[in-house]
Design a binder for this molecule. Structure first.
Ligand SMILES: [Zn+2]
Length: 165
């Protein structure tokens, strides 16, 4: 899901956990995670585990290797939306959910899909409204080296860039 504004009074809190709450927009049903704690760059927000591995991507998986798409647990982390100005990264080597830009309480947690995805299953138009918004998000395969150099990427995506870009 692209980043969406889920702010009062149009949302309900559907789940609360350690460092974030999951909100659902009452009008659109879209879901998102919002920080309940502040984090600094490089903080490990939490660890995650691999619940299942698939050969092909789905809209819920995160890519770990060429034919390795993982479903992660806790499943709440799957509610992390895309933004072209992300503040978290799924480190698929260390299985850590990492802060990559200062997060304040109340900020939406969002990651850059192409930071883990080479060629995503469902390309979408991004509505994140960031100055640097890339509009159509299809995966790292479709972005220039120059654009990708501005983002923190998994080691898998970095190795794909070295091989194919
Ligand atoms: Zn965007």
């Amino acid at each position: 899901m692209p980043l969406v504004q889920i702010t009062q009074p149009y949302y309900q809190v559907i789940d609360t956990f350690d460092f974030a709450e999951a909100r659902q927009n009452i009008l659109t049903s879209s879901k998102a995670l919002f920080a309940l704690k502040a984090f600094n760059e490089n903080d490990v927000i939490c660890h995650f585990t691999i619940a299942e591995i698939f050969k092909s991507p789905t809209y819920l998986t995160i890519q770990k290797g060429v034919d390795e798409h993982i479903m992660i647990a806790p499943t709440n982390l799957q509610l992390t939306n895309h933004s072209c100005n992300p503040n978290v990264l799924f480190d698929t080597d260390k299985l850590q959910f990492i802060c990559i830009r200062k997060i304040n309480v109340g900020d939406e947690l969002c990651f850059f899909y192409p930071a883990t995805e080479w060629d995503i299953s469902q390309p979408f138009e991004c509505l994140c409204n960031a100055d640097n918004c890339l509009k159509t998000i299809q995966g790292a395969k479709y972005l220039s080296k120059e654009i990708l150099s501005k983002y923190r990427l998994t080691s898998f995506i970095q190795s794909m860039i070295q091989q194919y870009h």
